[in-house]
Design a protein around this ligand. Structure first.
Ligand SMILES: [Zn+2]
Ligand SMILES: [Zn+2]
Length: 144
């Protein structure tokens, strides 16, 4: 947590208890919560914190590279404090995001035409264990 406080200060931000609490709450979860979920987690320790404060804290943490923002659907950001290299498995039915294996994330030898690449994210789309097989399959080899 000291490292986070230091990075905030180095980035020109104040290491407020709220910002540190948002980071801690996010780090405690593996399920890539959205801002409302983190807000709910903080209600007990910070009953006066506002959704906007949580949102702003996440924005600051993203800017500093301490938190990754994940976009799976328009207008729904999910957050991840686990910044070690890993891919994401996105369930197309329940929109659960699961940490996937670290896949080769080095930049491919390609011509980016002067574009400066700073990040490369890998997503795998499919169906999670809870959802797979739930669709009634109209054609699974059974003759009608
Ligand atoms: Zn699912
Ligand atoms: Zn993740």
């Amino acid at each position: 947590m000291e490292r986070v406080a230091e990075m905030l200060r180095k980035g020109g931000y104040r290491a407020t208890p709220q910002r540190l609490a948002v980071y801690r709450a996010l780090l405690a979860r593996e399920d890539h919560p959205c801002v409302e979920m983190i807000y709910a987690d903080l209600q007990e320790t910070f009953p006066t914190i506002s959704l906007n404060t949580v949102y702003n804290a996440l924005q600051v943490l993203c800017d500093l590279g301490l938190v990754r923002k994940i976009n799976i659907k328009e207008n729904q950001h999910r957050y991840d404090a686990h910044t070690h290299p890993h891919s994401h498995l996105v369930c197309l039915r329940c929109f659960r995001i699961i940490n996937g294996p670290a896949v080769a994330n080095e930049c491919p030898q390609a011509d980016f035409q002067g574009f400066e690449v700073v990040a490369c994210e890998t997503y795998f789309y499919g169906y999670c264990k809870q959802c797979e097989g739930k669709t009634p399959c109209s054609n699974n080899g059974v003759k009608e």
